[in-house]
Write a protein that binds this ligand. Structure first.
Ligand code: ADP
Ligand code: ADP
Length: 229
């Protein structure tokens, strides 16, 4: 089943002499449960693409369908709700609320939606993250790897249609980074969570089922990964 369709997406920043074409007619689709890595050098358009797929930024041209919804045709209010429910975002820096504890950070998008707290789901997520004994802590009391776990928990809490991760290990040492990728892979394998990972690290990208490369705002290769083990 197709969960994501990116159709002829272009993004142009600025105009005249400062005009930059960050994305040039990018098209691809992702099936439900797929784990896709998007790789490319700095400045190739990866973050721009992720922001457009995540509904954070609008394309200059083209459309993005998530689970059949043309997300950029939604009103601002409707898109905000759609994002909180269907799009999980994980960044290099964790973007946690410093005055809220782990439980509150994870449940925040849900609470902003005016929905009652699902305590059972929260317990499940916190346990999956291995942070049950730290749940009353503030982000400042956690290591970088633990803070990234919390941001992943927040992204996964509402079972989003897609999870988008932009260089999620970029600020972590290699071992902690590998643990974070393991956590993402686990939710992909166990719960068929569709996962899109943006990275400039080829070794990390190889963990996925499929690699799409972006070069100068265009799709270069789009290949299945052959897992030898
Ligand atoms: P990557 O994530 O692969 O490093 P980006 O998507 O950040 O690439 O950037 C792609 C190109 O678009 C770069 O040339 C960058 O300078 C430009 N760019 C990105 N964001 C903006 C912006 N807000 N305004 C102007 N140019 C931008
Ligand atoms: P990354 O490579 O991880 O995208 P960048 O430093 O390229 O990191 O971009 C960080 C932020 O700055 C992004 O939100 C991007 O859209 C914005 N940005 C990147 N290039 C430019 C630019 N030339 N002008 C304005 N904003 C930019």
């Amino acid at each position: 089943m197709e969960i994501l369709r990116c159709e002829n997406v272009s993004k142009v920043y600025g105009k005249g002499e400062t005009k930059v074409t960050a994305l040039d007619k990018v098209s691809f689709t992702v099936e439900k449960g797929e784990f896709v890595s998007i790789i490319g050098p700095s400045g190739s358009g990866k973050s721009t693409l992720l922001h457009i797929l995540g509904g954070v930024d609008k394309p200059t041209e083209g459309k993005v369908f998530i689970d059949g919804t043309d997300i950029h045709s939604l009103s601002e209010d409707k898109l905000a709700i759609f994002r909180r429910r269907q799009i999980g975002l994980v960044y290099q820096f964790y973007n946690l609320m410093p005055v809220l504890n782990i439980d509150e950070n994870i449940a925040l998008p849900h609470i902003l939606d005016g929905r009652p707290l699902d305590k059972e789901r929260l317990d499940q997520v916190v346990e999956h993250l291995g942070l049950t004994d730290r749940r009353n802590n503030l982000p400042s009391q956690l290591s970088g790897g633990q803070q990234q776990r919390v941001s992943i928990g927040r992204a996964l809490y509402s079972h989003p249609a897609i999870l988008l991760a932009d260089e999620p290990t970029g600020n972590l040492d290699r071992k902690t980074g590998e643990e974070i990728i393991e956590l993402l892979k686990e939710s992909n394998e166990k719960n068929k969570q569709t996962l899109i990972l943006i990275t400039h690290d080829e070794a990390l990208a190889m963990q996925a089922d499929r690699i799409i490369s972006i070069e100068d705002g265009r799709i270069g290769r789009d290949e299945k990964v052959r897992n030898l083990v």
